[in-house]
Ligand binder design. Structure first.
Ligand code: 6GU
Length: 225
């Protein structure tokens, strides 16, 4: 999988892309993440990528030219499955969407900023608009990082234990069961007895009943679907 992220704040994504699971996935050759500075594509001599909106509205709007130039340059090199724009009025991101996107080969994520981007870009170049929740962020960079992280960890081989991505909360519309590690007794705080029993069938049964109980209590909306 290859992800190209287009942003006016590349430094905001560099730490994320170079760290932890994302870095390991890239070293293993499973994923390539490229961050592009939108300013490198403007023809403006002052490197500006935004301008005042027509109609006298407040705020600034990202211009067509640099976005079109950057996306065109990428599309000239390879075909893209999706060209995503991060925006609070997009379709809400969730686990099924992450699952679908994780099967893509090449994806562009354009990070929204300022008041918005020239709507013609959304009409002519963007194939999918995604929001990560009902709140407003100052920019789309954090949303792009969230989307990339959720997709990459589903690519086979990225996380060590294949089973662990499948047993995540939400993967089957249930919250995950609690987990524990040694010691079995910490300051008198005890691990549930059943987990120390070695009885696999009983442990599986316990895990499911915990999942159901936690989902019913914390996220009853998930059980209605
Ligand atoms: Cl994708 N962008 C911004 N700016 N704010 C958001 C968002 C995206 N998703 C939720 N809030």
């Amino acid at each position: 999988m290859r992800i190209d992220i287009i942003t006016v704040l590349p430094e905001m994504l560099e730490g994320f892309v170079g760290t932890s699971i994302l870095a390991r996935a890239q070293k293993k050759g499973l994923v390539e993440i490229h961050v592009h500075n939108l300013r490198d594509y403007t023809t403006d001599k002052h490197r500006r990528v935004d301008d005042y909106p027509f109609g006298g509205f407040a705020g600034m709007v990202m211009q067509c030219q640099p976005i079109d130039a950057c996306i065109s340059a990428l599309k000239a090199e390879r075909d893209y499955d999706e060209i995503i724009f991060t925006t609070p009025d997009g379709e809400q991101f969730d686990q099924p969407m992450a699952n679908t996107l994780s099967m893509a080969k090449n994806i562009i994520i354009l990070c929204g900023h300022y008041k918005g981007i020239d709507y013609r870009i959304r009409e002519h170049l963007i194939t999918k608009e995604i929001s990560i929740g009902d709140y407003v962020l100052t920019g789309g960079e954090l949303a792009a990082a969230v989307i990339a992280d959720a997709m990459v960890r589903l690519v086979p081989g990225v996380i060590g234990d294949e089973q662990s991505a499948l047993s995540d909360s939400f993967q089957d519309n249930l919250l995950a069961a609690p987990v524990y590690t040694r010691p079995a007794d910490y300051k008198g705080w005890k691990v549930p007895e059943i987990l120390l029993s070695g009885h696999d069938a009983k442990i599986k049964e316990w895990e499911l009943s915990q999942s159901l109980e936690r989902t019913r209590r914390l996220r009853p909306d998930l059980l209605k679907e």
